[in-house]
Design a protein. Structure first.
Length: 85
């Protein structure tokens, strides 16, 4: 032990080294756990319960038959909207 270094300084350095090692061990464990959870998430084995299940098909198409008067009115409306551009 060097003579110009006090016991408190040596204890402080030892304490900081111990805390640093403990911090590194904790960080490594957290990163490994996160990587393992990401692997499980990417494989799709864990379901996301907050997101509702998506339907595979779109909504049913609706159609209405127009009378000739309605077709004419619609054609006039389309022409008016086209002229505004």
């Amino acid at each position: 032990m060097p003579q110009h270094v006090s016991i408190l300084q040596l204890a402080g350095v030892a304490f900081l080294a111990l805390v640093s090692v403990a911090w590194m061990v904790g960080l490594i464990r957290i990163l490994r756990r996160a990587r393992a959870e990401a692997t499980v998430w990417h494989t799709g084995s864990a379901a996301l319960y907050a997101v509702p299940e998506q339907r595979q098909t779109g909504p049913h198409r609706e159609s209405v038959e127009l009378t000739p008067a309605e077709r004419d009115t619609f054609a006039v409306l389309v022409r008016q909207l086209d002229d505004r551009r």
